[in-house]
Design a protein around this ligand. Structure first.
Ligand code: FFO
Ligand code: ATP
Length: 217
């Protein structure tokens, strides 16, 4: 099979898995999502003590049935973290804005979501950031990640390659969203995360060979 056909197959497989995972998140209900998030947040806060010496990170402002980050963000601010959140730009690029409780929000230029007002920062601000919390619908034991399908974080992570130091990439997942190695279909542009935080604890991931790159030669 040629590279182009291979990508069509992987794209369809991703969409199917995304739909299944989205439904499962909705079926969990608010109470279970909140309870898994509370357990996960405890592990994350402990882990950050060692992995975020400058107390600086990025986090997403959750929407829909994502792991709800509201209380985590407030807690991180209280204990002194500098927090950046993603800003959607045209052409599926991300910029970054500082976040703190009560910051004024305004409608995004590209979609029906609200984003903090204030200065925008490019990828170079990641030189000051210890950890990027990467939104995901699922991650497998290789660190391969399935996102919302915009490719925003894949592009952003690729754009950090030229920085002298890159933050640690970590996803927050509900327990059932951590999958066996190879369960996530991958395409050549997909970027991996290094660890996941689950309600049961932190898992550091050991990347296996890339199936896509092998098949494409
Ligand atoms: N909370 C949170 N913020 C986040 C992300 C995220 O996953 N979670 N993102 C992570 O990347 C970025 C936004 N990602 C997005 C991904 C897809 C679409 C979107 O419009 N999807 C349409 C399909 C559009 C199209 O294909 O033309 C849809 O789902 O209907 C919007 C934003 C940045 N901020
Ligand atoms: N580095 C890149 N350069 C150009 N296009 C890219 C790059 N990375 C991803 N894309 C495009 O983004 C699209 C979506 O990718 P993918 O399905 O992996 O998104 P995702 O990782 O689930 O989304 P997100 O990162 O927004 O959470 C792909 O069709 C791909 O063409």
């Amino acid at each position: 099979m040629g590279p182009r056909l291979l990508c069509v197959r992987e794209t369809n497989a991703k969409d199917e898995l995304r739909n299944r995972l989205r439904n499962r998140r909705r079926e969990m209900g608010t109470a279970q999502r909140a309870s898994e998030m509370a357990m996960l947040s405890g592990h994350l806060l402990d882990w950050l003590e060692e992995h975020a010496p400058r107390r600086s990170l990025t986090c997403f402002l959750s929407y829909g049935a994502e792991p709800p980050t509201g209380e985590l963000l407030a807690r991180l601010h209280t204990i002194g973290y500098t927090i950046y959140v993603p800003i959607c730009e045209p052409a599926r690029r991300l910029l970054w804005a500082r976040w703190h409780p009560g910051i004024e929000m305004a409608r995004s230029s590209v979609g029906p979501i609200d984003e903090p007002v204030g200065e925008r920062f490019g990828p170079e601000v990641m030189g000051e950031v210890d950890v990027v919390l990467v939104p995901a619908q699922a991650v497998d034991a290789n660190g391969d990640r399935l996102g919302q399908g915009g490719g925003y974080y894949d592009r952003f992570i690729a754009s950090m390659a030229r920085l002298p130091q890159v933050p640690t990439l970590v996803s927050l997942l509900f327990e059932h969203e951590f999958l066996d190695a190879g369960e996530i279909p991958v395409e050549p542009f997909d970027q991996r995360v290094e660890a996941v935080v689950l309600p049961s604890g932190v898992r550091n991931l050991t990347p296996g060979p890339r199936a896509d790159k092998l098949e494409l030669g």
